[in-house]
Design a protein. Structure first.
Lengths: 294, 290
């Protein structure tokens, strides 16, 4: 077992409300332009999503960057920043108001610059009971977690709960991490240059052949992926030899530069992380999320 | 001569004011995680102009010469979308009233070049008006190639040749691989720029991209910016360096979109003798390139 400082971490509640989807108003041209120039009107960020779950394919939905389960946000911008930075993938979430009060879920990811949501998976019966605006608390634990003897490895949005299930091994001074696929740097899109403590970075999906070539055309929500030649220590950007690990947290997009959203979990600008491609490496299996298994 | 619809374009005034620099917090992390004071955008920059080096400034995202914007959201976005590179600007208030400048870029602000004597006399808050001309510009015989943010004057100075089979060819100062494109992927291609990523200095030097100048015309390989900005094998985008380098991960000199094609209709070659740069093309900024 790879040692960390997880026994020194603080567990702190951060809270948000289930957010409504939103569209621009008058003059009533709410379309997004897809990568072939066609205007499309589709469900997008936010809301309670009943029929897209962890383990489902990220492709083929009549939706744009859909956040599976629920998306939450705090009404105050500083509190929302705390929610978005402190909440970690794998943290427990609890419904604190409404008909689903007491229901328990798991943080599965985050959304970027134009949403700043935390994405949480709940069982189907809890989703049935939930209302937009319900208070959801996250027992945030994971920020400032470090791996003993690996100062070059930065952990972001990664809970100790998830870290311990990822089958990470030490090999010759590097951490070997099982992943579903490796994303090359030319396919990293929206999110480049933005902060890496929260938010997401998209796998660009406009060029379908490139997706196939890199085995990225069968990705599922919750899949753990690697991002090669990327340094996400202080924002996301190209660096030869750098390696990131993230979790696929939202579905595909119709827009150029966009695609499935990835929430960063680990980054090693100097390359102290080695991805190992395996057939199956999904958050639902790792965290034992029964309702999310494909 | 490449046929365009330039005689059908509308010439329209847009305006704004010279905008002050602002600091939320003095420090931000650079790519190495060290705290750095960020300075470079906004205000009047007296010593960095189009044609000057994009790298090496002790500053971040340097916006050459004058940075302007409009206080109101609607007019501000009119300025962003209507103002085109090469459009004439005029100071309409302040000590430099009547001074004439040229639009050189669109970033957090609209960037306008003025002569040094005028720059000395321009105050924050002085009003600037631009005669916007270029939105809607099309190449009549090349419908697959999108044209953006260019005055007809800049378009005609790009030395575009027609080479048959529906293709064009033009000189560039350098060529960017797709993996170097960073911040700005999340924005529409009709808005500001996308930074090339400069943190990996070794790769930058290997690719010959470490001596770029503000105003350089570049090609981006395998990038289609016809509708938003993204990777597409075989596509080509032609852009313009509008601001200086950055300390931040995923940032670097900004590349504004000028031409883009989803297929291989745009050919390019690197011209090391007559550097394709806005300063030379429009006779502005650092005259050493003219």
């Amino acid at each position: 077992m790879v040692a960390t400082n997880s026994d020194r971490l603080i567990t702190m509640s951060v809270q948000g409300n289930i957010v409504s989807p939103g569209y621009p108003g008058i003059p009533a041209v709410p379309h997004q332009i897809d990568h072939e120039g066609r205007p499309r009107l589709l469900p997008s960020l936010g809301g309670i999503v009943y029929n897209v779950r962890l383990g489902d394919s990220v492709y083929g939905w009549a939706g744009d960057n859909i956040e599976p389960g629920i998306a939450i946000k705090a009404p105050d911008s500083a509190a929302n920043q705390a929610l978005n930075v402190f909440a970690c993938v794998g943290n427990e979430a609890v419904a604190m108001s409404g008909n689903a009060k007491g229901a328990r879920g798991v943080v599965t990811g985050k959304s970027g610059r134009f949403a700043e949501h935390v994405i949480i998976s709940f069982p189907a019966d809890a989703l049935e009971q939930m209302a937009i605006g319900d208070k959801i608390i996250v027992r945030a634990r994971g920020v400032s977690m470090t791996v003993d003897n690996y100062p070059g490895v930065h952990l972001k949005s990664l809970s100790p709960q998830l870290f311990e299930t990822m089958r990470i091994e030490e090999n010759d001074g590097k951490l070997t991490v099982p992943v579903r696929a490796i994303v090359p740097p030319e396919l990293m899109g929206a999110g480049a240059g933005l902060g890496s403590e929260s938010g997401a970075i998209c796998i660009q999906s406009m060029d379908r052949k490139a997706l196939e070539k890199h085995g990225l055309d069968t990705l599922r929500l919750g899949d753990i992926v690697a991002m090669s030649d990327y340094d996400s220590a202080w924002g996301h950007g190209y660096r030869k030899g750098g390696m990131g690990i993230g979790v696929v947290s939202s579905t595909d997009s119709i827009k150029a530069g966009y695609g499935p959203g990835v929430t960063l979990l680990m980054t090693a600008p100097g390359g102290e992380v080695d991805p190992m491609v395996v057939d199956r490496m999904n958050l639902a299996d790792l965290m034992g999320i029964e309702w999310g298994r494909a | 001569m490449v046929r365009t619809n330039k005689d059908k374009l509308i010439e329209m005034a847009v305006c704004g004011e010279v905008w002050p620099a602002a600091l939320r917090t003095p420090y931000r992390p650079n790519a190495q995680g060290e705290s750095v004071v960020f300075m470079g955008t906004a205000g009047v920059i007296l010593n960095a102009r189009v044609g000057d080096r994009a790298y090496g400034w002790a500053a971040d995202h340097v916006e050459p010469a004058v940075s302007m914007r409009n206080r109101e959201d609607g007019p501000e976005h009119a300025l962003h979308y209507l103002a085109c590179i090469g459009n004439p600007a005029v100071m309409v208030s302040g000590e430099a009233k009547g001074a004439r400048g040229v639009v050189t870029g669109e970033h957090a602000h609209i960037l306008v070049d003025f002569e040094p004597d005028d720059l000395e006399r321009i105050a924050i808050g002085d009003q600037v008006q631009i005669r916007a001309l270029g939105m809607g510009l099309e190449m009549l015989d090349y419908p697959d190639i999108s044209v953006r943010k260019m005055s007809p004057q800049l378009f005609e100075s790009l030395r575009i040749e027609e080479i048959g089979d529906g293709r064009i060819r033009l000189p560039v100062a350098a060529v960017l691989p797709a993996y170097m494109m960073g911040s700005g992927a999340e924005l529409g291609a009709d808005y500001v720029d996308q930074d090339m990523m400069s943190n990996d200095r070794e790769t930058l030097a290997q690719l010959g991209l470490d001596d770029l100048r503000i105003g350089d015309i570049l090609a981006i390989q395998d990038h289609d910016h016809t509708f938003n900005r993204g990777y597409r094998e075989g596509a080509v985008t032609i852009g313009l360096i509008n601001h200086g380098d950055s300390f931040m991960t995923g940032h670097g000199p900004g590349v504004m979109d000028l031409l883009s094609c989803a297929t291989d209709k745009i050919e390019f070659y690197v011209d090391t003798k007559n550097r394709p740069n806005l300063a030379a093309y429009l006779g502005i900024g650092n005259k050493s390139l003219a």
